[in-house]
Design a binder for this molecule. Structure first.
Ligand code: ATP
Ligand code: MG
Ligand code: MG
Ligand code: MG
Length: 563
């Protein structure tokens, strides 16, 4: 490829709309352009990187036993109604009607689609395990699309779904995916950590988020300095509390959102900030810890309590869909993950104090027949506190440290949640009908690209890891109007291309300074400069983008070094 033939409109100024480095740099490097909020066009340079990321993902998915398919983006409402998610997914789902008035959505994820695909075809345990994946646009009407590709409303995702005959098989599939993800992020040259994650609303089981470490990340990660424990703060919060529980009775039940969380809660619940300063932690009779944010008003309809199991993740994420699903009615909301009918244990005095009633986590649903004396006891109103650096590691007793990261991928075990709801069964060895045991595994392709930039840049621009750079090498004739320099640059370019190097020739007749600036901004790992000395003395300059180091070499040597 030649720069004269490359559509990469670089910008000297930082666009005001972009808050984070990756967004700023990808706009400036002429890689992406905004079409509307959360909707972006990928220009040629970005698309090259996207294809490289996809290729790495493909190779590792295939290696792990995945088979690539392509499912429709437009999905019929019926399958979502069957799984029960049509009503709970909320405003994040793009919904459309066809000319006959039938309802569809643009797929935010494909559990329903893939489960209904296999339920009609897979009949026997002999057809399992099965892993199907696709790399495709996903649609989520995010409440706050931002940071460019990091949180878009249309974005590229790799999503793989595993089907096994039993839990053991599912865990094996999970491990295969976990290992494949580890290889993927390693191959991309990124500094990442798999962190234990809350599995949110998606279902039971366990989960890891593959998190690219970067200061601009939205996730707080608690990790141990003496073992490999790492968890999202929501999850760590609970683990740490559990560790504390084991250590000391009576329980020190504390739910501790940070200042930012409180702000979000206040905003989401439309409460004055000062009314959101208390968290209540209490236990259910299943021994699960429930955290509640309490508004300190005393009138029934002013009381809004959102309970969250396993930390305040959904609120912290300001996931309005969940809040709406949970918060349509005042009172105690059934926490995600607590089964209907589970008794919630709350103290009578607190009940009276907050005059609360009980509700479920579905809009317009309430628990009936809740009796404060019988069903509620044992409340602790605690000071606000979040897991923090210096806490005890729940695994080894070491010391917790905190860092920030970007969730670039996530793996989940789903169990039989979708197979049961959608009737995806098979006949086992004994001829008995069983629900398939599932897992799901996502990677945000665009977000991974943005995360790579977020992690790898300096004041001059992007510093691409070689494996996902739009081009590995740029050859720059200092003066492209000089026929000899251009010819020499052309020959280096041709040789590298022949050797399979992904190389770009900056054949523009612009000043060298302009070309150097662009090379730094776009961030090609290696720049080969061909100037007058190259012509006169066979001295070519190689500049390594990451270290800024320059070395000189004869042409033949330079080509060797660039391979
Ligand atoms: P988040 O917590 O950031 O909202 P998520 O947990 O909702 O993400 P998943 O459902 O786990 O996302 O989707 C799998 C992957 O898809 C994520 O790990 C992330 O890399 C990517 N992803 C999710 N939402 C977006 C988005 N709005 N824009 C870009 N990538 C996204
Ligand atoms: Mg989300
Ligand atoms: Mg998430
Ligand atoms: Mg996720």
């Amino acid at each position: 490829m030649r720069t004269t033939n490359l559509y990469a409109p670089t910008l000297r100024e930082t666009p005001a709309e972009a808050e984070v480095r990756s967004h700023q740099l990808m706009l400036r490097a002429g890689m992406i352009r905004k079409a509307a909020g959360g909707l972006y066009t990928y220009l040629p340079l970005a698309w090259r990187t996207i294809k490289k990321i996809e290729q790495i993902i493909r190779e590792e998915m295939d290696e792990a036993g995945g088979q690539e398919i392509s499912m429709p983006i437009v999905q019929p409402a019926e399958i979502w109604q069957e799984s029960g998610r049509w009503s709970v997914y909320g405003d994040e789902m793009f919904r459309v009607r066809d000319r006959h008035g039938r309802q569809f959505c643009l797929g935010p994820t494909h559990e329903e689609m893939v489960t209904t695909l296999v339920r009609d075809e897979v009949r026997s345990y002999k057809q399992l395990p099965l892993m199907l994946y696709q790399i495709q646009n996903k649609y989520r009407d995010e409440i706050r699309p931002r940071f460019g590709l990091m949180r878009g409303r249309e974005f590229i995702m790799k999503d793989l779904y595993s089907f096994d005959k039993d839990e053991e098989g599912m865990n094996l599939s999970y491990q295969k995916m976990y290992d494949a993800y580890t290889r993927i992020y390693t191959r991309m040259g990124l500094d990442f950590r798999p962190v234990e994650a809350d599995n949110g609303a998606i279902g039971g089981g366990h989960s890891h988020e593959f998190t690219v470490l970067a200061a601009a990340g939205e996730s707080n990660i608690a990790y141990c300095d003496s073992c490999d424990y790492a968890a999202s703060d929501e999850k760590a919060e609970l683990n740490v509390i559990r560790a504390l529980e084991e250590e000391a009775k009576p329980l020190e039940k504390v739910a501790t959102p940070d200042a930012h969380t409180i702000e979000l809660v206040a905003e989401c619940l439309n409460l004055p900030l000062e009314k959101c300063i208390k968290a209540v932690a209490f236990q259910t009779d299943t021994d699960e810890l429930v955290l509640a944010f309490v508004r300190g008003d005393h009138e029934v309809n002013d009381v809004k309590v959102i309970n969250l199991i396993e930390g305040a993740i959904e609120l912290r994420m300001a996931d309005e869909a969940v809040i709406e699903a949970a918060g349509g009615c005042p009172g105690f909301m059934s926490p995600i993950g607590i089964k209907e009918g589970t008794r919630i244990v709350v103290d009578q005095t607190v009940m009276e104090m907050y005059n609360a009633c009980a509700g479920a986590n579905e809009k317009d649903m309430h628990y009936i027949n809740v009796n404060p004396k019988r069903d509620f006891k044992d409340v602790v109103v605690a000071d606000i506190r979040m897991v923090k650096a210096g806490d005890i590691c729940p695994r080894c007793g070491g010391t917790i440290k905190m860092t920030r990261g970007i969730e670039a991928g996530q793996v989940f075990t789903l169990g039989t949640k979708y197979s049961k709801a959608l009737g995806a069964t098979f006949l086992d060895e004994n001829g008995r009908e069983q629900p398939m045991v599932m897992g799901c595994y996502g990677i945000g392709v665009g977000r991974t690209m943005a995360a790579a930039v977020e992690q790898n840049n300096d004041e001059n621009g992007i510093i691409w890891p070689k494996a996902i750079a739009p081009f590995e090498v740029v050859v720059v004739p200092v003066n492209a109007k000089n026929e000899e320099q251009l010819q020499l640059a052309e020959s280096i370019y041709a040789e590298l291309k022949k050797a399979g190097v992904d190389v770009l020739l900056d054949d523009r007749k612009d000043r060298a300074g302009v070309k150097f600036k662009d090379a730094d901004l776009i961030g090609y790992p290696l720049r080969i400069t061909v100037g007058p000395k190259a012509v006169a003395e066979d001295v070519v300059e190689l500049k390594i983008r990451r270290s800024g180091e320059t070395v000189t070499a004869g042409k033949a040597d330079a080509v060797q070094k660039a391979l």
